[in-house]
Design a protein around this ligand. Structure first.
Ligand SMILES: [Zn+2]
Length: 464
C-alpha cells in the first residue's frame, strides 16, 4: 500500500522551529541525544535518513511498530458504545431513531502545518499556491470536505456523510494558519480543525512571533472552526523527561506531567475559548496504550496520529491516521486522494458492495490473533462474477494470488507472509455483467501476533 510515507527520524520542524526561536540552547542536546540513540541502530540509520521527513509525524512510523494502534473498534469510548448506552446514561432516555448510516463511506484526514511562500523547511511547510491547488483538487475530484464533528457523528452512527470525504486538520498553531490557510479554506467553504498545543500559542512557552494568538483562535472559533488539542508542550509523551523543565521524571511526576499534557491542555483550551474539546492529536504521532488510556479518561472521543489511511466506519477512534502533507512529498497527497478515489465510486463507475453482504473473513473491524490470516469472501451477492476478473489486494502485500471457486463464489487467500501492520485493508474487485464491482474492508491484527517482533525496524521505545 502506498498510502503512507515511510519512516523518518528527522526531528519535527514544527517543534524545532520554535525551539530555535526561543529555546535554541536546549534543542541541541536533545538532537544530540536523539542522534546518538539512532546511531546505535547502525545499519538502518542511513536507510531511515534517506526517507527522512519531517513534521510532527515523523516519528510515528517508527513508533508504529512498538506502539501500534489498537485496531479493536471497541477500544475507545463513544464510537463504540452503542447509541442506547449513551442514551441510557442521560436519563430520561429519549427514544431517538438513528438514521441508517452509510457504513461504506470513507474519509481521509489531511494534516498541515505552516503556509509560506518561500519554503525553507519542506517537512512542515507548504506554499499557499500548492495548498490551494490541493483544495481545488479535492473539489474537482468530488471529494467532499467535511467537518471533524460530522465525521465523529457518523462514527457514532448519528448521521451520514458523503461516500468519499476529506477532513482538513492544521497542527501546532502558527499565525500563517490564520493569515494564509484560513482565507483559502474560506474561499472553498471548507470546514477544518486546528490542533493546538497550548504552550505554542502566543505568549506561551513556545509562542514566539510566528505563533497564533488566543484572539485569533477566538475569532476562528466564532467562525465555526473546530479547535482541538495537541498537548501542552508538544513533546514525546512516552518519555518520562520534561524538556521544558529539563528534568527526568519519576513515575509519579511523569503521571502528573502526562495529565497536564493531555488533560490540562484540553481544560485550558476549553476554558480559554469556551469550547468542548473532544479530539487529541498526539505530538509526533508517538503514543502507547497508557497515553491512550489517559486520553480516554480525559474524555477525548478520538485520537489522531500521523499514519495516513482511509478511515472506515470501523476505524478505531483511538488511532485515526492522518496524511501529513509536506512540500517535498507531493506524493502523500496524491496517494491519499488515490486511496479514497479507488475505495468507492470514482470516475471509473465502480459499484461498491457492502462487505456485510459478502461474509468476509476476517470481518470488517474484527481483530484477529494471527499475522497469517485466511482472507475469504463470498461473492454471491455480487451477482454473476467473471471468474478471471477477481482481484484481491492486501495492504502490505499488494495483489495476491487468491483462488476463486466459481461454484461456491468464494474467493480466498491464505496469507503466507506475516502481515506487519496492526491494521490490514483488503480490497476486492471483480467484474459482474461487464461492470466493475469493488469492496474493501479493514481488520486488525492483535499486537502480539503481528510480525513486528521479528521486524528489523528500530524500536524507539524509551527506556523508562
Ligand atoms: Zn505538532
Amino acid at each position: 500500500m502506498s498510502k503512507r510515507s515511510r519512516p523518518s527520524v528527522a526531528l519535527a520542524w514544527c517543534f524545532a522551529a520554535r525551539f530555535r526561536k526561543k529555546r535554541l540552547f536546549f534543542m541541541r542536546p536533545e538532537l544530540k541525544a536523539f542522534t546518538s540513540i539512532m546511531l546505535t541502530r547502525s545499519a538502518l540509520l542511513p536507510l531511515l535518513l534517506a526517507f527522512s521527513v519531517s513534521t510532527c509525524k515523523k516519528h510515528e512510523n517508527i513508533a508504529a511498530s512498538p506502539q501500534p494502534p489498537n485496531p479493536t473498534p471497541k477500544a475507545f469510548g463513544v464510537a463504540t458504545a452503542s447509541p442506547s448506552t449513551n442514551a441510557a446514561a442521560n436519563s430520561p432516555a429519549p427514544k431517538t431513531t438513528k438514521p441508517v448510516v452509510d457504513q461504506t463511506a470513507q474519509a481521509i484526514v489531511f494534516g498541515y502545518h505552516r503556509f509560506v511562500t518561500n519554503v525553507r523547511h519542506p517537512d512542515t511547510e507548504i506554499t499557499p499556491a500548492v495548498f490551494e491547488a490541493q483544495m481545488a483538487e479535492l473539489k474537482n475530484r468530488g471529494i467532499t470536505v467535511i467537518g471533524m464533528q460530522d465525521f465523529l457523528a457518523w462514527k457514532r452512527g448519528e448521521k451520514n456523510i458523503p461516500p468519499r470525504c476529506a477532513i482538513i486538520t492544521i497542527d501546532d498553531g502558527w499565525k500563517s494558519q490564520y493569515e494564509v490557510a484560513w482565507p483559502i479554506l474560506k474561499k472553498y467553504g471548507y470546514p477544518f480543525t486546528m490542533f493546538i498545543y497550548t504552550e505554542g500559542v502566543r505568549g506561551g512557552h513556545f509562542g514566539g512571533g510566528e505563533a497564533i494568538t488566543w484572539e485569533q483562535l477566538a475569532e476562528m472559533r466564532d467562525a465555526g472552526i473546530d479547535i482541538e488539542a495537541h498537548s501542552a508542550t508538544h513533546q514525546d509523551l512516552r518519555k518520562p523527561y520534561d524538556k521544558v523543565a529539563r528534568k527526568r521524571l519519576s513515575p509519579p511526576e511523569y503521571e502528573q506531567w502526562l495529565q497536564n499534557e493531555i488533560v490540562g491542555c484540553k481544560q485550558l483550551l476549553e476554558q480559554r475559548l469556551g469550547i468542548k474539546v473532544n479530539c487529541f492529536a498526539v505530538p509526533y504521532g508517538f503514543y502507547n496504550e497508557h497515553i491512550k488510556e489517559v486520553a480516554r479518561n480525559a474524555g477525548y472521543e478520538a485520537i489522531f496520529t500521523v499514519y495516513g489511511q482511509p478511515l472506515t466506519y470501523n476505524a478505531p477512534l483511538n488511532s485515526l491516521g492522518r496524511y501529513m502533507i509536506e512540500a517535498n512529498k507531493p506524493k502523500v497527497f496524491a496517494d491519499a486522494v488515490k486511496m479514497i478515489g479507488t475505495s468507492t465510486g470514482g470516475a471509473a463507475a465502480v459499484a461498491e458492495v457492502a462487505t456485510t453482504n459478502l461474509a468476509t473473513q476476517p470481518a470488517d473491524g474484527e481483530t484477529v490473533r494471527t499475522a497469517l490470516p485466511l482472507i475469504r469472501a463470498n461473492l454471491s451477492a455480487m451477482g454473476p462474477v467473471d471468474p478471471g476478473s477477481v482481484q484481491l489486494r492486501v495492504s502490505g502485500l499488494g495483489l495476491v494470488p487468491a483462488s476463486f471457486d466459481a461454484k461456491t463464489q468464494i474467493v480466498s487467500y491464505q496469507v503466507t507472509q506475516k502481515l506487519r501492520e496492526k491494521t490490514c485493508t483488503v480490497i476486492l474487485s471483480a467484474k459482474s455483467s461487464g461492470k466493475k464491482i469493488e469492496t474493501h474492508w479493514t481488520f486488525g491484527i492483535e499486537e502480539t501476533a503481528a510480525a513486528t517482533s521479528t521486524s528489523p525496524t528500530p524500536t524507539p521505545t524509551p527506556k523508562k
